[in-house]
Design a protein around this ligand. Structure first.
Ligand code: FES
Length: 96
């Protein structure tokens, strides 16, 4: 499925955790650290297609809270998984 991160398009299969392809996704300029939902550096805003992604785990929510995320559109990119392919695309922007 088409995932646009900072304007760069990737083809990400359903069911794959984004952490598994973090080296590829880094080409969008998004930063990854732990790739395990702990450090929070991969925090980004999902502008489109949030409904097609997994719900955040308790661990992700804790990390998001710790790094000051307040909106449900704010997610840890490494923890995302596409669960539903009915969205046209997923659009994600890194925040500074
Ligand atoms: S890379 Fe550390 S939380 Fe995503």
């Amino acid at each position: 499925m088409k995932v646009r991160i900072n304007g760069k398009v990737f083809d990400v299969p359903k069911g794959l955790k984004f952490a598994e392809i973090s080296h590829e996704l880094e080409k969008s300029g998004i930063e990854f650290g732990c790739t395990d939902g702990q450090c929070g550096v991969c925090k980004a805003r999902v502008l489109k297609g949030l409904e097609c992604l997994n719900e955040p785990s308790e661990e992700e929510e804790e990390t998001l809270w710790r790094v000051g995320a307040v909106d449900e559109e704010e997610r840890l990119t490494c923890q995302l998984i596409i669960e539903d392919e009915s969205c046209d695309e997923i659009v994600i922007e890194a925040e500074d």
